[in-house]
Design a protein around this ligand. Structure first.
Ligand SMILES: [Zn+2]
Ligand SMILES: [Zn+2]
Length: 254
């Protein structure tokens, strides 16, 4: 499984893009930066999109992806997310006020994008992938996903505070090769992190003890303005499993 980090940051500024991970060129996880990081031919190749939650840094490029690719796809982009998130995106983004409703463009019969509601711990199959959504601790029914192609599985929690269930489910996944999770704020901002359901290095340390052992952990969603202090605080954890994202655009093969 090829994992390309299009954007892996918890903010947007020059050189730092918001969450979007591309698997094998056709399965997208979150749409924070897919339109700004891929060429239009690469964008058209995407078939399926998993959305973790409704926050803007995870959905905003759905708008520009549709604008770039409408009329170019034989089959609409197929988006899978919690029904709550599906309703939020339809009500607040593709509502013909903030942005055109691409679920009915260029025509109702042949739209650019289609949304499907999926529920926690009800696995489903997309092409060669078994997808298992699991609820995590973040607003509006946020979910992480375990993506398994039969040889390798990767777990994505993206935005979450301390959580339990996804780690229990992770321990049942035999071919788990990597965990992609988050650390957003430095320890000095622990109150902000708690209020917004994110991790600091200190809260992550407790979380590590719940995760399956000996699996590499890729940390993303760092706030760009706290990057240096986060790097220092994470290296103080002296945890060999942890791998900080060096830069957006990194590619991993599992
Ligand atoms: Zn986020
Ligand atoms: Zn969020």
């Amino acid at each position: 499984m090829k994992l390309r980090i299009l954007g892996g940051h918890g903010g947007v500024t020059a050189g730092f893009a918001a969450t979007s991970f591309l698997i094998d060129d056709s399965l997208l996880l979150d749409a924070g930066s897919v339109a700004e990081t891929l060429t239009i031919p690469e964008q058209v190749k995407i078939d399926n999109i998993l959305i973790s939650h409704s926050h803007l840094d995870h959905i905003k490029d759905l708008a520009f992806l549709c604008d770039n690719c409408f009329g170019m796809k034989n089959i609409p982009f197929q988006v899978y997310t919690h029904p709550t998130v599906k309703n939020i995106i339809k009500t607040h983004l593709f509502n013909d006020t903030i942005w055109p409703d691409f679920t009915e463009l260029p025509s109702k019969e042949n739209p650019t994008i289609e949304f499907h509601g999926v529920l926690p711990e009800v696995s489903f199959v997309l092409q060669k992938y078994k997808i298992t959504p699991v609820k995590v601790q973040h607003p509006n029914d946020a979910m992480g996903y375990i993506i398994d192609d039969g040889k390798s599985a990767i777990l994505f929690t993206v935005d979450t505070a301390s959580t339990e269930r996804i780690w229990e489910v992770a321990k049942t996944v035999k071919n788990l090769k990597a965990i992609v999770t988050e650390v957003s704020f430095p320890n000095a901002l622990s109150k902000v992190a708690q209020a917004s359901d994110h991790h600091t290095p200190a809260s992550l340390k407790l979380e590590l003890s719940k995760m399956p052992k000996d699996i590499p952990i890729i940390l993303t969603h760092l706030k760009p303005n706290f990057r240096e202090v986060l790097f220092a605080e994470i290296s103080e954890l002296k945890e060999p499993r942890l791998r900080l994202l060096d830069h957006d655009g990194e590619i991993f093969n599992f």
